[in-house]
Design a protein around this ligand. Structure first.
Ligand code: GZL
Length: 323
């Protein structure tokens, strides 16, 4: 009897295999449900960051609830509350500014939902409100920008460089730390003279407005523009040219992010230096969130590796940036 049953089972399996009707697969349970509040779509960095997180969620089998806050903190707070109500496994978000998160993160903690910060960070008295912060070392980005400028001053044998700064979103981590990293580094260098810092909110349109204002006020005095991101640099470039100056030659341009559009302009000689701020944080986020769900230890601060691209380099073999 047993031999006949085995033969029948083998026959059925062969039939199933030959007609391609393998046994029904159980629907895969997601590895985890992750709620992510993205701050907006203000730059190629941000768009690249969103795209990478969406792609890596698929790669890691993570069920992703993505919300775009369109540059408003209240929208991020509301999204986090929706994630709590939905009882996601982990909440992650890129805080548009550093303050004002304690209440909603306390609600997440009371609901037993762990929180991961992505890209930017928050200011809080209660460090237990989040488990990990994954993002660039913005202070170091400012330092790298300043070190490039000091090398450039040496190469040009300049006694003085008058600098204008176009900063990112007020009270955001990248704005505060890029500013501090840059000015702390040049503090001891008498050649470096700040004319004025103006806020461009990381936006192309505001970068143009800021550059127009600075050109009208300082004109020929400007030797260096230190811009906190590529979007604002792109906005500033046509203003510089329309005022009759050659960017990259009459004025030294230093930017941050290193998206493809800006890299192409660096290669064309109109930007002198771009400090990389990689948006490709998706794998780090998924791995950290999965570790959190499994109850494994995670690092408190995770910085991706970043480099500088400048007119000191041969960029001919540089691979496409992907953002
Ligand atoms: C930095 C990120 C900044 C980018 C800008 O990690 O927060 O925000 O440099 C973006 O392009 O707007």
């Amino acid at each position: 009897m047993k031999g006949k049953a085995l033969a029948l089972a083998a026959l059925l399996f062969c039939c199933a295999f030959l007609c391609g009707c393998e046994p029904k697969q159980q629907a895969e349970e997601p590895a985890l449900v992750l709620g992510f509040s993205q701050l907006g779509s203000e730059s190629s960095f941000r768009i690249g960051n969103t795209k990478d997180i969406e792609e890596k969620a698929k790669t890691y089998g993570v069920s992703l609830m993505m919300d775009n806050a369109n540059q408003k903190q209240e929208n991020q707070i509301n999204a986090i509350r929706r994630f709590i109500a939905y009882r996601v496994d982990v909440i992650a978000f890129s805080p548009i500014v550093e303050e004002g998160w304690d209440n909603v993160l306390n609600e997440a903690r009371q609901a037993g939902i762990p929180v991961i910060l992505v890209d930017r960070t928050i200011k809080t008295e209660d460090e237990s409100l989040y488990l990990s912060q994954i993002g660039a070392d913005f202070y170091e980005e400012g330092v790298m920008a300043a070190r490039y400028l000091m090398r450039k001053a040496d190469a040009l044998q300049r006694d003085t460089l008058h600098i204008v700064e176009i900063t990112g979103t007020e009270n955001s981590t990248p704005m505060k730390q890029r500013h501090d990293g840059f000015w702390d580094t040049v503090a001891g260098d008498p050649r470096m003279v700040l004319l004025e810092s103006v806020n461009g909110d990381f936006l192309r349109s505001r970068g143009a407005e800021s550059m127009r204002y600075l050109l009208e006020k300082y004109g020929d005095q400007i030797d260096v523009i230190f811009s906190h991101n590529d979007e604002m640099t792109m906005g500033a470039l046509p203003e510089i040219e329309q005022a009759g100056y050659t960017p990259g030659r009459d004025m030294i341009l230093i930017s941050i992010d290193a998206g493809q559009e800006a890299i192409d302009i660096l290669k064309a000689g109109k930007i002198n230096c771009i400090v990389e701020c990689t948006p490709m944080l998706g794998s780090l986020l998924m791995e950290t969130a999965l570790n959190v769900k499994e109850g494994r230890e995670v690092e408190r601060v995770i910085h991706p590796a970043e480099r500088v691209f400048s007119d000191e380099d041969d960029l001919s073999a540089l691979l496409p940036r992907g953002y």
